[in-house]
Design a protein around this ligand. Structure first.
Ligand code: ZN
Length: 215
């Protein structure tokens, strides 16, 4: 768990560093399927004060906190829900990042109008209708309204992003905010033009299958 704690601590500290959160808002977690446990930011802790050891370890099957003197983020139930229900997810991030949350405030998806959106998300970034944060309401809305994009806007609330590692989830959260900002700017000067679905598919395929260096 030491490596996962390092990764999740880093992902949390990147949230303010990337301008995605202010004060105590937002949180990142990571999941280790071998031990069946996740680690998540403690509730209300300053990002500056966060250390790998301070992260709260939780049994994903039972939701039980394992030997921590801190309480976990209040968003723990949504993180637990996603690890239990989304195959292959190892990192989850929640933010109220400004540009993306502006789309959530008006209940609009971020349209598939940029190659950068096709690359990372392969679809529009959907916006789920408002739900409260009781029980599994957020998790269930994510499952119901998500598409293949590794991020979703929650109406009147903010962003959830996920991926096969905490770093991948961070990238999805950063890219969500970045494309939201560009699309917002585009809307000031005109109407964003949808990307042709076949063209979008080409970008998505190239990015997911041929981009970067061989591993
Ligand atoms: Zn929130």
């Amino acid at each position: 768990m030491a490596k996962l704690r390092e990764e999740v601590c880093w992902a949390n500290k990147m949230l303010p560093a990337c301008g995605l959160v202010t004060m105590h808002s937002g949180n990142a977690s990571g999941y280790d399927p071998e031990s069946g446990r996740l680690v998540i930011k403690p509730s209300g802790m300053d990002y500056d004060a966060l250390t790998p050891e301070a992260l709260v370890e939780v049994d994903v099957a039972t939701g039980e906190v394992i030997g921590s003197r801190y309480r976990p983020s209040v968003d723990l139930p949504h993180h637990l829900f996603l690890y239990r229900r989304l195959e292959g997810v190892r990192g989850v991030i929640h933010t109220h990042s400004n540009y993306a949350t502006a789309f959530a405030a008006v209940g609009r998806p971020i349209p598939l109008c940029l190659t950068a959106i096709a690359d990372e998300f392969g679809a529009e970034i959907p916006c789920a209708p408002y739900v409260d944060n009781e029980g599994e309401h957020i998790g269930e809305a994510i499952l119901r309204f998500r598409n293949r994009a590794p991020a979703i806007l929650m109406g009147n609330h903010g962003v959830f992003a996920w991926g096969p590692s905490p770093k991948a989830a961070l990238k999805a959260a950063v890219m969500t905010e970045d494309v939201a900002k560009t699309v917002h700017l585009a809307m000031q000067i005109g109407t964003p033009k949808p990307l042709d679905p076949e063209e979008a598919e080409k970008w998505y395929d190239r990015y997911h299958n041929r981009y970067g260096q061989p591993g």
